[in-house]
Design a protein around this ligand. Structure first.
Ligand code: ADP
Ligand code: MG
Length: 579
């Protein structure tokens, strides 16, 4: 239960504002999140972390000397947008390149990857290491698919200490990957968590029962049992983690290990100490040499009751890096020589600067683009509840509000751009950026990528023709599949996008007008979206709840069809008007 909030939608922003006000010694607000408020040495690799909010001290609480240089902070349990990651990275960067590191979740991967591409395109070397410590989220053979939970800390800490020690980007990447390989976590949950303003918990665990291996956003676990005693729980956590020694560790006996018992939000420290007492004994019995144990909150899940055990298997280098000093809001260690404060807190807002020159024809087309965006925003407003309900069946229920936030932001950005004299391409580009920035979630990021790609393709000088629009739409679809990596049949928006794109290209090539081709393509998308009801999801948040979604179409495919149908009406109206 979250009791204290104002406007629920403003919760994350207000939380960040208060967090910065309380921690100005460590952090400063930058567009998209926070960066250190202290000066870092020129040429030092910048560690930029991030993820959804609601996991404090992850991620903002881990920014400070000896730890991260910046954190992109998304909405509650929602990945930060691409621009947020890019903006924080630019603010945090010191000329030594950027390492992006975060827990392995589809939405985060999408947005951080897109930000990485943009940073590289801007000449800033950028690499990524995702954290995959949760042993219950995929078998060992598919370790790369595992989620990141409390093991974030060991990976961030090792990478940051390496950066601080002057390692180059490639070496910091090596250390982060090694720390990730040597970090394993396993967790349990007793209750779900309730986001501010939500009428009920995001998920529930039956009274007196314990979900084993449940994820920090309520992703289903691997089983359920009655709540055991503290000692029994300790036995369970230790046994599972000792089953799976990381590569390079021959035996638990003699291995040097940092145990981290993490509270997920509303388990008492006292309860955890009782559990830890037994964990320490069991590890000692297994011959493990315990180094620097941690009992506390390092990655929470709002007010979820639950706990996880992480074992970090040290080698000589990792132990040295682990012991290096840190001074961050929620993590301190040793004594850090305090660096000077950053002189200015001015950072460019996430704007795209002045509107580029556009031809009169393209400006005329821009106002038609705006009409289409206005119409699709109305359509989403009318269907917001239905989209939410569809997403709640197998996903997290936020598709309606996410699409609404995205479309509204896109409409505002498009209106401003048109007023400023932008061409069609620039209007789409700005609308796409605004959409992904405000929408959050996987679909928001993908809509951002698609509109941006379409905008780049159309440009600001030529009159968009049926052929160039079809090619631009194909480029947008290509962007969606290259970032999202879903294929036809995975039960995502791609199932509607592919037939849409194919029909649009085929009909325009055959000489149909844009309005006619678009209408046929929208019909194909509508039929394909409806047909996703029979599919089992294989991508995104819905994957673990697969069977529940049978009989319901994919919400992203459904909203895509709704949008292209709406745009078809706009195009048809225009054609009638001009005839
Ligand atoms: P989130 O999944 O982050 O909660 P939304 O609820 O807004 O985001 O969007 C869910 C929709 O996003 C799904 O119905 C699906 O159509 C689409 N989606 C999810 N993952 C992918 C992916 N990898 N590629 C394409 N579309 C995806
Ligand atoms: Mg969702």
């Amino acid at each position: 239960m979250t009791r204290l909030y104002n406007e629920p939608a403003a919760f994350a922003d207000e939380m960040i504002e208060g967090f910065v006000a309380a921690n100005a010694r460590y952090v400063r607000a930058v567009p998209g999140g926070v960066a250190r408020s202290t000066v870092s040495p020129e040429g030092q690799v910048a560690l930029v972390i991030g993820g959804g909010s609601g996991h404090y001290p992850a991620f903002g609480g881990l920014v400070g000397q000896g730890l991260a240089h910046g954190a992109a902070m998304g909405n509650l349990f929602a990945s930060p947008a691409t621009q947020q990651v890019e903006s924080v990275a630019r603010a945090a960067e010191n000329g030594g390149g950027v390492l992006l590191s975060y827990g392995n979740y589809a939405g985060d991967v999408l947005n951080f990857d897109a930000a990485q591409d943009r940073l590289r395109a801007a000449g800033i070397p950028c690499e990524t290491v995702t954290v995959t410590d949760d042993v219950s989220s995929a078998p060992l053979a598919e370790k790369h698919k595992r989620r990141g939970i409390a093991g974030d800390l060991t990976v961030f800490k090792s990478a940051a200490a390496a950066a601080e020690a002057g390692y180059e980007l490639a070496e910091v990447v090596r250390v982060a990957a090694l720390a990730n390989e040597r970090t394993r976590s396993f967790g349990v949950a007793f209750t779900g968590c309730t986001l501010p303003g939500a009428p009920e918990p995001l998920f529930t665990v039956a009274e007196r029962r314990m979900a084993v291996g449940m994820g920090i956003h309520g992703e289903p676990g691997i089983g359920e049992t009655d709540i055991p005693t503290a000692d029994e729980l300790a036995g369970m956590l230790v046994a599972r983690l000792l089953e799976e020694l990381p590569e390079g560790v021959e035996s638990a006996r003699g291995a040097r290990v940092v145990p981290i018992l993490n509270g997920l939000g509303s388990v008492k420290y006292e309860e955890m100490f009782v559990v830890y007492r037994r964990i320490a004994r069991l590890l000692e019995e297994a011959g493990v040499e315990i180094v620097d144990p941690h009992v506390g909150e390092f990655c929470t899940s709002f007010d979820m009751a639950g706990t996880s055990l992480t074992l970090f298997w040290l080698d000589e280098e990792l132990e040295r890096l682990w012991n290096a000093p840190v001074d961050a809001p929620a993590y301190r260690k040793g004594s850090v020589v305090a660096a000077e404060r950053v002189a200015t807190t001015e950072v460019d807002a996430m704007t795209d600067g002045a509107v580029p020159e556009a031809s009169p024809e393209s400006r005329q087309a821009a106002s038609r683009v705006l009409t289409a965006i206005e119409a699709l925003t109305d359509a989403i407003d009318e269907n917001v509840d239905e989209l939410g309900r569809m997403d709640a069946i197998a996903g997290d229920g936020d598709h309606g509000i996410g699409m609404q936030r995205g479309a509204h932001a896109a409409r505002t950005a498009a209106q401003e751009a048109v007023t400023a004299g932008a061409g069609a391409g620039n209007v789409l580009l700005r609308a796409g950026d605004a959409w992904s920035h405000r929408a959050g979630g996987t679909s928001g990021a993908l809509w951002g990528v698609a509109l941006r790609a379409l905008g780049v393709h159309l440009g600001d000088s030529d009159v968009p023709s049926a052929a160039s629009v079809a090619a631009g739409v194909a480029a947008g679809a290509e962007g969606i599949t290259s970032y999202g990596k879903a294929q036809v049949g995975d039960k995502t928006m791609v199932d509607a996008i592919v037939p849409f794109t194919e029909t649009l290209s085929r009909e325009t090539e055959a000489g149909a007008s844009l309005a006619a081709a678009w209408t046929s393509a929208a019909d194909a998308a509508t039929a394909a979206a409806a047909a996703t009801a029979d599919l089992l999801p294989r991508m995104g948040r819905a994957r673990p709840h697969a069977e529940k979604s049978l009989g319901t179409p994919d919400p992203g495919a459904h909203s895509f069809a709704l949008i292209v149908r709406t745009v078809a009406t706009v195009l048809a109206d225009r054609q009638e008007g001009s005839n």
